[in-house]
Design a protein around this ligand. Structure first.
Ligand code: NI
Length: 393
């Protein structure tokens, strides 16, 4: 019966995604997207409860009382010029849904439709959280600070996964997506004529040595059983061929899944770089920006969600991704499960030619729907509450 409801809305979900794809908006600027979602949900009978403090994004509810299960989708796009040549390509020049958040929105709106049909069966409240600004990693916190997750007992979300086949859903307990740290390092020396290096202090030689030296953090300091990656992605220094510059800098990122590995990486990073700078007699400034934490799936909740998923859909064990996700912010506060939904893409996230498979939308919608119902009844009967911190890594 429910399956036929999904079959009936399939075309509409696809159309909805194409519309959203055509009208992408950058992080914290999702004004039209939010308006579209609000109207859509009002039309099908949802209560819109978006807090006034939340400038973009939409929060809506259906059902009554406790427990409350949160279903989250992100809504923002990227500053990328679309190169898919799809008939529904972005109409907003230089902005593209290159991470497939349009896929997530359309799936959640589809689930919302079927949940509305089954409203009488709900043993609690389902809260839809259309979160802004995932790409800039501030949206989850914006939602929380505005009061958007108050009272939520458990929360789920997913990201489409281009390297999973359509139909597959990947779930595992613990870390699914990495903790993200970002750094910028500036070596400050003394500029001089290239022919007379003895009169200066060369920041380029210090930088060059450091680029290799920081790779020993992963190979020599981290536990080989734990994942860590250090990538330097951008280097600048100097402006011409015959002058040694005063400054040179690089930036990049560290990805880890384990709290201790994250700590080791940071500590060793500072030590290695300060040591390198001292040995070359230059000063150094290190900026370290902590990004999202690990997306950490609650083990008990994951077991329940996996069991339910398997009844209706094709559950697979995914490879964790070294990319970050600010859903981690929710997963630190509320028992949560994050999943990967196969989108059978031609390239990876953030590529200008990324095309995702529309057939996967229904899988995402069903996952939201079945999981929401199961968690409501589970929470109603067992009242399971996670002790925050037990599972934190
Ligand atoms: Ni994304």
């Amino acid at each position: 019966m429910v399956e036929s409801s999904f079959a009936e809305i399939k075309d509409e979900i696809i159309e909805t995604r194409h519309y959203l794809h055509q009208h992408p908006e950058l992080s914290d600027q999702e004004v039209e997207t939010s308006r579209f979602i609000t109207e859509y949900l009002l039309n099908i009978g949802y209560r819109i409860i978006t807090p006034v403090g939340l400038k973009t994004g939409v929060i809506a509810e259906i059902g009554e009382g406790k427990p409350v299960v949160g279903l989250r989708s992100d809504i923002d796009a990227l500053p990328i010029k679309e190169a898919t040549e799809l008939p529904y390509s972005s109409e907003n020049e230089g902005v593209m849904h290159a991470c497939g958040h349009d896929f997530h929105m359309a799936s959640l709106l589809g689930a919302a439709r079927v949940l509305k049909e089954k409203e009488a069966d709900l043993v609690g409240t389902v809260r839809l959280i259309f979160q802004p600004a995932e790409e800039t990693h501030v949206g989850a916190q914006e939602v929380e600070e505005a009061g958007g997750i108050e009272g939520v007992d458990a929360i789920i979300g997913f990201h489409n996964k281009p390297d999973l086949a359509t139909g597959e859903i990947g779930i595992l307990p613990g870390g699914l997506m990495a903790a993200v740290d970002q750094f910028k390092v500036t070596f400050k020396g003394v500029g001089t004529h290239a022919a007379m290096p003895q009169f200066g202090k060369d920041p380029i030689i210090a930088l060059a040595g450091t680029v290799s030296a920081v790779q020993t953090i992963v190979s020599r300091n981290e536990d080989p059983q734990k994942t860590a990656v250090v990538s330097i992605t951008h280097i600048e220094g100097g402006s011409t061929w015959n002058v040694l510059p005063e400054n040179a800098w690089f930036e990049g990122t560290v990805r880890t899944f384990d709290k201790q590995a994250r700590q080791v990486a940071k500590e060793r990073f500072y030590k290695v770089i300060e040591g390198q700078a001292a040995s070359f007699g230059v000063d150094v400034e290190i900026e370290w920006i902590e990004g999202p934490n690990v997306v950490d799936n609650d083990p008990k909740l994951t077991e329940i969600v996996s069991e339910e998923t398997q009844k209706h859909l094709q559950l697979v064990k995914p490879t964790p991704s070294n990319a970050g996700e600010d859903f981690a912010y929710f997963s630190q506060k509320i028992p949560s499960v994050f999943a990967f939904v196969g989108s059978n893409g031609n390239s990876d996230w953030h590529h200008s030619d990324l095309r995702v498979d529309d057939e996967g939308l229904l899988v995402g919608a069903k996952w939201y729907y079945y999981t929401a119902l199961r968690l409501l009844s589970e929470l109603k009967t067992t009242g399971y509450v996670r002790i925050i911190g037990v599972n934190s890594k």
